[in-house]
Design a protein around this ligand. Sequence first.
Ligand code: GLN
Length: 197
Amino acid sequence: MVTIGILALQGAIREHARSLEDSGANVKIVKRIEDLKDIDGLVVPGGESTTMRRLIDKYEMFKPLQDFAKTGKPVFGTCAGLILMAKEIIGQEHGHLEVMDMKVHRNGFGRQRESFEVPLSVKGLEGEEDYIGVFIRAPYIDSVGPDVEVLATFQDRIVAARQGRFLCCAFHPELTDDHRMHAYFVEMVEESKKTFA
Ligand code: GLN
């Protein structure tokens, strides 16, 4: 069984934990540097990216998180987590962890559409069709580099993507009972764990 950490500085931690456990993984709550030690993959949840960054800095987790991403273990960023993973953020001078080659638009769906649910087709998910995406002040991915695979779009905007061992989505997969996104990530972690054995 793989053990997946959830960065627990802010966001829907319990919901992610339940979705990961239902997908066959052990869960470890990550609050400090030492917690990154024994995990095979990491989820960076939604919340508010600037607040999360402040907390990451406060707990001196920035460098350890970047180092974790460099180890080759998978990372899954959802919503604000996606923003934290992007190399570029429109309107900001710098990104945060900068591990995925993509440019993101924070709050990209505008204020009048603060939150909404739409059916999506997500490449790579079992069945692919009719995955309900829950969007809350969501970002979208404006453009991606050549190594990034687009997994889902909504109104021509990219809302899920993968670059090797990095996975991200603009919506909240932990807020539905459909755990296919988490199952997809657990599989990525299982695959990667074989190479660490
Ligand atoms: N709008 C938030 C941000 O910019 C992300 C929202 C979310 O994670 N639900 O960080």
